[in-house]
Design a protein around this ligand. Sequence first.
Ligand code: ZN
Length: 196
Amino acid sequence: MAKLYFRYGAMWSGKTAQLLMVAFNYQEKGQRAVIIKPALDIKWENRVSTRIWLEKDVDVLAGEEDDIFQIIQSFFPLLNCVLVDEAQFLSARQIDQLQQVVIQLNLPVIAYGLRCDGNQESRSGSCRLLEIADKIEELKTMCECWNKATMNCRFDREGSLILGWEKILIDGMSDVVYRSLCPRCWMSYKEKLSDE
Ligand SMILES: [Zn+2]
């Protein structure tokens, strides 16, 4: 029976690289995985890209109002798996549509995304996935102190933590540095801010 998977991790935990590996494995077996990403995520335009040189065009750029179940149904039955990048940017309704894909089309759906954004709050897509996914798996990455990083942080060029993110974060497009930190380091950077 197909399942809805949520594979979450902080930034730099290799989510997109793993998505591309899964797509490649399907293709190698002569099967097809469709790749979806939210249109809200404008970095890399219509591609998914990783910092380890891998990238690929997406099959579907899902707008906020798009019905993902209907879109996937139009590919069916030439399809064996659905892969979603940056799933935190989908709406709760679209996550429900992914569940509909799993149940009614019996296709596995693997959604990759951040559990929390830079304000350490869950966005609609992650929230809903945490509520309804059949399997929730963590992709781990390390903080600079070698503990597990769970917080997504932005720093300015002087090395000060930036609090209060705007809604959509596009890395590499503004004058900030992105780092994943453990809660302990995150708190100590926050304390440094209030000392200043
Ligand atoms: Zn740390």
